[in-house]
Design a protein around this ligand. Structure first.
Ligand SMILES: *Cc1c(COP(=O)(O)O)cnc(C)c1O
Length: 392
């Protein structure tokens, strides 16, 4: 079999056809499946099989197609799809960890990931250490031979700091820990996570995989052993499985994810460059901008700069709000990876819960906005951003 390129995989992999040979994947919108005999039902409960289906909380054909396509894209053996990105993070961590285990995580985390790691896991007796994600010495001293799991967001939200995945994976593996990455900001299009050493790769499919702001979803990619023996038993009994209808939307979206993310990343780089010297902007952060302090790592670790830009305005909360309110095309919203450009003020929304010290540590101040670049013409977006800056 010829080695397929990522675009071809994203269009074809995982497709299974019914007896009607439909071209577009079928939606198996069914809760359960009819057994031919009682013996078959008994056998399936005794020995679950990937290609036989009993109940959609366990497995479903449309969901299975999405899982196999994601595993093919990420170059992992298997995948499990979940109802949301957080169901994926929760499922991956809670299925593997137990009381007495030790987890090390980077401190710059998405709010809900932080809640799971800081609030929930300790309730169940899991020990937690946080490190400065870009400080390899900190990783080296915090990961011990007792560490079971290392958890990172490969690019931090919203300040776009990049974790050196190859280096952190090397430290973790040397000490026997499993590396779980939340890879949302890198996107499946620009990711090399499995080749850099990540053992488990998680996406909120709500973001670039849907990419058109419609449905929630998530996915955990990993070895067959991890997915079938660790994740599946936990997920099928705790209920975070993906709806077949949403799996179908995500399958359709994967067909265009390369076109979308590449266009959005090209536009993001153009926007970052065109605003770099603007007098009302203090700092602009984008992984593929030469001024990013980790530019060479970004180039080594991702095949594109991603679709999100962090912009720090000169001024206070009032002027930043007025900049957001003046935008005509770009919408104020918390989502990202949408075909529509969206802008967020992290300090008062996604990261509002954090203490002043945590915000300061993460570089989240009143002037900072996070721009998720969409599929509009980049010229229109630049005009919109500039007119709003002028009006401030
Ligand atoms: C959005 C997001 C999640 C959560 O995804 P949902 O689908 O909203 O549950 C987790 N991690 C990161 C980095 C995200 O951006």
């Amino acid at each position: 079999m010829q080695k397929l390129s990522p675009q071809t995989i994203a269009v074809h992999s995982g497709t299974k056809r019914s007896q009607y040979n439909e071209m577009s994947e079928a939606i198996f919108l069914t809760q359960s499946f009819k057994y031919k005999t009682a013996e078959q039902a008994e056998d399936l409960f005794l020995n679950p099989k990937k290609e036989e289906f009993g109940y959609s909380r366990y497995e479903n054909p449309t969901v299975r197609m999405f899982e196999e396509r994601m595993a093919a894209i990420e170059k992992t053996e298997d995948a499990y799809a979940t109802a949301t990105g957080m169901a994926a993070v929760h499922g991956a961590l809670f299925s593997i960890l137990k009381a007495g285990d030790h987890l090390v995580a980077s401190r710059a985390l998405f709010g809900s990931c932080l809640y799971i790691i800081e609030e929930l896991l300790p309730r169940f007796g899991v020990e937690i250490s946080f490190v400065d994600g870009i400080d390899l010495d900190d990783w080296e001293s915090s990961i011990t031979t007792n560490t079971k799991v290392v958890f990172v967001e490969t690019i931090s939200n919203p300040t776009l700091e990049i974790i050196d995945l190859a280096a952190v994976s090397e430290i973790a593996h040397r000490k026997g820990a499993l590396v779980i990455v939340d890879n949302v900001f890198t996107t499946p299009v620009f990711s090399l996570a499995s080749s850099l050493g990540a053992d488990v790769i998680i996406y909120s499919a709500t973001k670039h995989i849907d990419g058109q702001g419609r449905c929630l979803g998530g996915v955990i990619c990993g070895t067959e052993e991890f997915i079938q023996k660790v994740v599946l038993p936990f997920m099928k009994h705790t209920g975070g499985s993906l709806s077949p209808f949403n799996a179908w939307i995500l399958l359709k979206s994967l067909e265009t994810i390369n076109l979308r993310c590449r266009t959005q990343a090209e536009s993001a780089l153009k926007i970052a460059k065109s605003l770099e010297k603007h007098p009302k902007i203090k700092k602009i952060t984008y992984p593929y901008l030469k001024t990013h302090t980790q530019y060479s790592l970004a180039k080594k670790q991702m095949t594109g700069g991603g679709t999100v830009i962090a912009i720090e305005l000169v001024g206070n909360k009032k002027t930043t709000f007025s900049f957001l309110n003046n935008l005509k095309i770009i919408s104020i919203s918390n989502n990202l990876g949408d075909s529509r450009s969206l802008i967020t003020h992290p300090a008062t929304t996604t990261h509002q819960r954090l203490s002043i010290d945590q915000k300061k540590y993460l570089g989240i101040n009143d002037g900072l906005v996070r721009l998720s670049v969409g599929l509009e013409d980049v010229k229109d977006l630049v005009v919109d951003l500039k007119q709003s800056l002028t009006a401030v």
